[in-house]
Design a protein around this ligand. Structure first.
Ligand SMILES: [Zn+2]
Length: 147
């Protein structure tokens, strides 16, 4: 465990199971000192969970393996005079690392519609026409879009 690592709260009650980022380790916990549990007390870890600040015993957090998936995409909105879907999502041909059906389902889950998988040549055309792709990133179930 080190500063910057992601850890999961494993503590009955509020925020149990949620993931935070370590801001400091080996910090004193007042509750321990007052009860003479240890002196000097360095049992604590300081973490941020969704903007909340938590100081908790180290034994109540566990490291998480960060699952990370990414995919480039280009979102194109239909012009009023055109027919078809209001929005099209174009993605490149999958890489070997994360491709095929799993990626297709993952994209559909996020965008709520089928995505068009482009050949390399068509992908180049789409970029030329609509600009650089954005990247969809999922880390531990949390999605974000990077420009
Ligand atoms: Zn302590």
């Amino acid at each position: 465990m080190k500063v910057g690592d992601k850890v999961r709260m494993s503590h009955p009650g509020k925020r149990d199971g949620e993931i935070g980022i370590i801001r400091a380790i080996n910090i004193p916990l007042d509750s321990h000192k007052h009860n003479n549990v240890c002196d000097p007390c360095t049992c604590g870890v300081h973490l941020d969970i969704n903007g909340e600040s938590w100081k908790i015993n180290k034994t109540w957090v566990e490291p998480v393996t960060v699952t990370r998936r990414t995919c480039e995409f280009i979102e194109v909105h239909r012009k009023p005079e055109e027919f078809g879907l209001a929005r099209s999502i174009y993605v490149p041909t999958p890489s070997s690392f994360y491709g095929g059906w799993a990626r297709h389902q993952w994209l559909k889950g996020y965008f709520g519609q089928e995505c068009c998988i482009c050949s390399q040549a068509f992908w180049d055309v789409i970029i030329e026409r609509h600009g650089q792709p954005k990247t969809l990133v999922e880390e531990d179930g949390v999605f974000r879009v990077e420009e």
